[in-house]
Ligand binder design. Structure first.
Ligand code: 3PG
Length: 214
């Protein structure tokens, strides 16, 4: 199933699971399963594990195999190789910070749904032409925040966004109140110190707070 519309429907279903998609930078793959269980227990099932550490693919593999209720995705996808490796590890969606011709061609050929990142209306229009109706707005706060994203709602009403980058529990409601936002992404649910300390109860509590945003 590599048809763009069916992949868009999968992305939409994933983005509607909860108000926040945690963006995870994981140093120790052994933390992946208890971390994901804590997020799921707190009501946050879709989890983006970024390809920024050597542990990322093992973490994705472990979550996909062992954590019931989790929908594990891969983030920081830059190349076709990243996309293929993550899909083999069990990722169910992919997120990229921006777009490149090679990555979009690889995504066309892959059954793994891609949520590509944009920071301008022109990039959003290019992706809309290719059938993408769900986009990441990145980096959300530095690029213009909820005011910029809200300004796109009227001219680009077909597109729904997951803004990510610089968003916190406190600022998430500004984004979530926009008509063109399905959820937000953020790293605040899985802080490095809690991952290192194995503070799964703390991560579950952060997940509960995030879930209560909507
Ligand atoms: C990232 O690039 O790490 C994600 O966009 C998350 O950003 P944040 O750390 O500002 O939430």
């Amino acid at each position: 199933m590599s048809n763009i519309e069916s992949k868009q429907q999968q992305v939409e279903a994933t983005l509607r699971l909860a108000p926040v998609v945690p963006v995870v930078i994981i140093d120790d793959a052994k933390a992946a399963v208890p971390m994901a269980r804590a997020l799921v227990a707190g009501g946050i099932p879709a989890i983006e594990v970024t390809l920024r550490t050597p542990a990322a693919l093992d973490a994705i593999r472990a979550i996909a195999a062992e954590v019931e209720g989790a929908v594990v995705g891969v983030g920081t996808v830059l190349t076709a190789k990243d996309l293929h490796a993550a899909q083999q590890a069990g990722a169910r969606f992919a997120v990229s910070p921006g777009i490149s011709p090679n990555l979009l061609a690889a995504a066309d050929d892959s059954s793994l749904p891609l949520l590509p990142g944009v920071a301008t209306a022109s990039e959003a229009m290019s992706l809309l032409e290719r059938g993408y109706r769900h986009l990441k707005f990145f980096p959300a706060v530095p690029a213009g925040g909820y005011k910029l994203l809200g300004a796109w709602a009227s001219p680009l009403p077909q597109i729904r966004f997951c803004p990510t980058g610089g968003i916190s529990l406190a600022s998430a409601p500004e984004f979530l109140s926009l008509p063109n936002v399905l959820c937000v992404g953020g790293s605040w649910l899985t802080p490095a110190n809690m991952l290192k300390a194995g503070d799964w109860a703390g991560i579950e509590a952060l997940a509960r707070e995030a879930k209560a945003l909507r």
